[in-house]
Design a protein around this ligand. Sequence first.
Ligand SMILES: Cc1ncc(COP(=O)(O)O)c(C=O)c1O
Length: 389
Amino acid sequence: MTKLTAAPVSAAVTAPAINVPLFDLKRQQQRLHARIGERLDRVLGHCQFVFGPEVEELERELEKYCGARHAVGVSSGRDALIMALMALGVGPGDAVFVPAFTFSATAGSVAATGASPVFVDVDEASFNMSAADLERAIGEVAARGELAPKVVMPVDLYGQAADYAAIGEVAARHSLVVVADSAQSFGGSVGNRKVGTMAQISATSFYPTKPLGGYGDGGAVFSDDDRLAAEVRLIRTHGRQGSGDEALRLGMTARLDTMQAAVLLVKLEEFEKDLAARRRIARIYDAELKGVVQTPRLAEGIESAWALYTLRVENRDAVRQRLADAGVGTGLFYPLPLHKHAAFAPFVRGDEKLPVSEQLAKDVLSLPIFADLEDNEIAHVIAEVKQAV
Ligand SMILES: Cc1ncc(COP(=O)(O)O)c(C=O)c1O
């Protein structure tokens, strides 16, 4: 019988010197604890847990921040997208063009309305929707004649706004409405235009790890269009107007709750400082890693909200394992393009050519980037990435 021998244990030698998590929500929470506590205490005092005064206060602050005429607080980013589409009257038989390389909620929101997501490839440099491939996809849908092209929904991946100028031009030529999936990019801008004002209607997410994240689910819809904003306000509360009983249209239970608004009001006060800290980290990564790996490429005039700092690397999975061994947390956003998800099989014909999305799904790797990251942690990440590649 073979004698089992214990593997040599030398934790002191093999354990990484420091562990850098991909996200650490605790640090910011500790920094803002007293102020958030005060805000939450006020909510406990008035007990208006739904449509409390904090919701309206936040909506006005969000409007001021991004310059949109209307901000409507809602229950999540996905619900924000669904309600934007519902307000536009999108439904069965309609085609909504989405990038193939994004989070599943982008296409999931489309399917939830009964409309069909149509997948469009992304650009090699920005990883955002390719205007040229959008043109191709619209042409194909029109030629088949089964769906009515209605909406294009670009995504601002990792915090960088999509190319709304080029996509808007294609959309206008084909009479499509642009709905921005800005779930990852609130706080970002193009020139002097902030995210929230890039499209006829925009949606963002306040999921905890987003640039402006709450302590649970939340989101917002932005628009300059009074009618669309009023429609979203109706939809988020069962299609009812104020305290009226009658459902004026089909709606949802999709309000931003008062507790989340209270947390977000404090976080919004800190937002510019936190964004500046993320931008500084991105600049350091850029300077140190350019030439070592493919670092993010931002189009002219763009300020990213840096939801994620994402590299493109060969042998991604091996690099990721080496970083994990060295105590560096990383993330894969996203390892599967949408046309390969089981849920979207009904919308896939099988002859899709989305080569950039398919390659990116194999190559991308996101590094830690959050405001409270320490300089020694940034240095550790950089040193270990250099080693790992
Ligand atoms: C691109 C994109 N769209 C939509 C969503 C959905 O947002 P939420 O998680 O708030 O529903 C997310 C969030 O993860 C996202 O990253």
